[in-house]
Write a protein that binds this ligand. Structure first.
Ligand SMILES: [Cu+2]
Length: 158
């Protein structure tokens, strides 16, 4: 019986520990996120559809609204048709807002990761992503000022 009380104490602290681990993880994973509520890196062999996305200096993605099926793996062929750098970062609204905040405080921070691609003017690249769902996932350009100027798109998973 004597061991019960300390055990309960430890159990009571678990949610706090999980929370602390979670936020540390979020920080460390900047640019290297592998799994998010938005889905996960896709396997090229599982791609069921290729979608072309253009990024322009009018701070728009074209298209800016895409519908996919739950679990679908999509290859995005992304083109920067502008004269400045742009990027496409896939995530949930809350993840992206947090990331945009981080970019404002560290404007020189560079990215690489399976959920994002940064392209110099005129360049093209691909991003393979598997959506979970159903739900809504966002994609944004996190070059400082672009997200704020409305460089945002939406993927509806249904
Ligand atoms: Cu941009």
């Amino acid at each position: 019986m004597k061991t019960i009380k300390p055990l309960l104490l430890v159990l009571g602290m678990l949610p706090m520990l999980a929370f602390a681990a979670g936020s540390m993880d979020g920080h460390a994973s900047h640019g290297t996120a592998t799994k998010s509520a938005a889905g996960q890196p896709g396997k090229p062999a599982k791609v069921s559809r290729t979608i072309d996305v253009a990024m322009s200096d009018t701070m728009r993605f074209t298209p800016d609204s895409i519908t996919v099926k739950p679990g679908e793996t999509v290859r995005f062929v992304v083109r920067n048709v502008g004269k400045v750098e742009h990027e496409m970062v896939i995530g949930t609204t809350s993840e992206l807002k947090e990331h945009a905040q981080m970019m404002r405080s560290m404007p020189t921070s560079k990215h690489a990761g399976p959920n994002q691609i940064t392209l110099a003017p005129g360049k093209r690249g691909t991003l393979v992503w598997q959506f979970d769902g159903p739900g809504t996932v966002d994609f944004v350009c996190l070059v400082p000022g672009h997200f704020e100027a409305g460089m945002v798109g939406k993927v509806v998973v249904k």
